[in-house]
Design a protein around this ligand. Structure first.
Ligand code: AMP
Length: 144
């Protein structure tokens, strides 16, 4: 499924310099800036310069680069003195997955036990599957 890219989305405007951001890092492929509504202080976003709504629209190399940069900067987060006892690397890939801004972004979020943030697990989630079903699902995905 392909998504129509909206050049007026907020991250496209940040990339064009039309609205400000608190930049942490930039190279020819990506821009990194603070999330203005952080889960915790220091939460930042790694975004590609390429126009893409979802990861599947990005070259593998650029998608990997986002994670490489997030990985490198997560070490800066850990050594910064900000509270950071663990890190979430998180991509909401598509609106059904909770994506609000329609330009790919990797969240890098400092975490600590008891910080109040967490995934909501509904009554039908996290059900143990029978072994035969796990075999079927793995075969299905391997075949793709
Ligand atoms: P998502 O829900 O995964 O699409 O995440 C979008 C993120 O963008 C949220 O965490 C917002 O807080 C963040 N955000 C929205 N507008 C801005 C902005 N102007 N500058 C920085 N972060 C923003």
């Amino acid at each position: 499924m392909s998504n129509t890219y909206d050049d007026n989305n907020i991250f496209a405007k940040i990339l064009r310099g039309e609205i400000p951001c608190h930049k942490i890092y930039e190279d020819d492929k990506c821009l990194v800036f603070l999330d203005i509504f952080p889960v915790n202080p220091g939460h930042f976003l790694v975004i590609p310069k390429a126009r893409a709504v979802t990861l599947s629209e990005l070259d593998e190399e650029i998608a990997g680069h986002l994670f490489q940069v997030g990985h490198r900067l997560s070490k800066a987060l850990r050594s910064s003195g900000l509270r950071c006892e663990g890190v979430n690397f998180w991509v909401s890939d598509g609106s059904a997955a909770g994506q609000e801004v329609p330009h790919v972004h990797l969240h890098v979020i400092p975490r600590w036990a008891g910080d109040g943030f967490g995934w909501k697990i509904g009554p039908t989630n996290r059900q143990a599957l029978p072994p035969a079903e796990l075999v079927r699902l793995a075969e299905l995905l391997r075949a793709q």
